[in-house]
Design a protein around this ligand. Structure first.
Ligand code: UDP
Ligand code: MG
Length: 319
């Protein structure tokens, strides 16, 4: 019988673990699906890991790990993939905002030959205005950069074991899970789902963390910002040629003194442009620096199961 792993990254979600574990196990048992639940506590400061252990005591199909600190949801997802043993793996949020019943649709499609089943948001749940503004802007820019519909795609998806293995072999540290399955290719199908409202706890994303996420994903998945620097340079050169001709003409006509405003404007515009470009380039250098250091994506401090001989999260294996 095929095994389904459900990977659930969790950061300070002590109120959600037991309920989520119960809802999922009831659903999957009712539908005769052999399953395991992999909770990754992403350096939670509350009792999330204790809750995972409690859920495991009630249901041996639960397993999980605790990170030594907060490494971010991406790291949580990858640790979950690493610990999972399923023939198919579903990644979902542990706050039940991703409706569990959708897993059944995904599972059906997988049984019928789909290798990746993307969960597509049909409608966003209730979210704050600030979130909508920042997330909306984020997804618009990113969709343009990556030529995929980020607005309705999400981290809620099912992957066949071979896709999981490919993702686990990627050497890079800065990953963008949502886009990686599109990048990987394979026979992909989609299911629509409605984002549910969060019952307990609060969203872990602030405006700034989302902005940081946007910038880091844009640069980890595309070199377009670098090309934009070149483009800005070309525009600046065209502009300066026009202005240069005008200045020369005026000089030979004997009216060159009152260009002071132009000089100030030029210094400000060019200075700003140069600094911005340096910033973009600097960001890529920082990314290269981080990748070159080759540090692990995450460090596991505690783990419930000895998976694949992976005692205490032998993180070196994941680099
Ligand atoms: N999460 C995580 N590490 C983080 C932030 C979030 O593992 O640093 C988890 C969180 O526990 C949840 C999922 O990622 O299971 C989605 O987070 P959240 O619900 O806060 O995001 P939203 O649903 O508001 O987009
Ligand atoms: Mg959520």
């Amino acid at each position: 019988m095929a095994l389904l792993s459900v990977v659930l990254p969790a950061y300070n979600e002590e109120q959600n673990i037991s309920r989520t574990a119960q809802v999922l196990s009831e659903l999957l048992e009712k539908n005769d699906i052999d399953y395991e639940l992999v909770f990754i506590s992403d350096g939670s400061k509350d009792g999330t890991y204790a809750e995972i252990l409690k859920a495991k005591a009630q249901n041996p199909r639960v397993k999980g790990a605790q990170f030594s600190r907060n490494f971010g949801k991406e790291a949580g997802i990858f640790a979950g993939l690493e610990l999972s043993l399923g023939d198919a793996v579903v990644v979902m949020d542990c706050d039940l905002q991703h409706p569990p019943e959708t897993i059944l649709q995904m599972w059906k499609k997988w049984q019928n030959g789909a290798e990746i089943v993307e969960g597509m948001k049909s409608k966003r749940g209730k979210e704050s205005l600030a979130y909508k503004l920042s997330a909306g802007l984020f997804y618009k820019i990113m969709s343009k950069l990556m030529k995929m519909d980020l607005n309705s795609s999400s981290d809620f998806k099912l992957m066949d074991r071979k896709v999981v293995n490919i993702l686990l072999q990627l050497p890079e540290r800065n990953t963008f899970f949502r886009a990686l399955t599109f990048w990987a290719g394979f026979h992909t199908e989609t299911v629509e789902y409605e984002v549910q409202e969060r019952q307990f706890g609060s969203s872990k994303w602030s405006f700034w963390s989302l902005l940081k996420y946007a910038v880091s994903n844009a640069t980890s998945f595309s070199t377009l910002p670098l090309q934009m620097v070149t483009f800005a340079g070309v525009v600046a050169i065209i502009f300066s040629v026009i202005l240069g001709i005008q200045t020369l003409v005026r000089f030979f006509m004997g009216a060159s003194v009152e260009g002071f405003t132009t000089v100030i404007m030029l210094i400000l515009i060019m200075g700003g442009l140069v600094m911005l470009s340096l910033g973009v380039i600097g960001h890529y250098i920082a990314r290269i620096y981080e990748e070159v250091k080759g540090r692990p994506k995450y460090i596991i401090s505690q783990v419930t199961d000895n998976v694949n001989g992976n005692v205490m999260g032998d993180w070196k294996k994941t680099v």
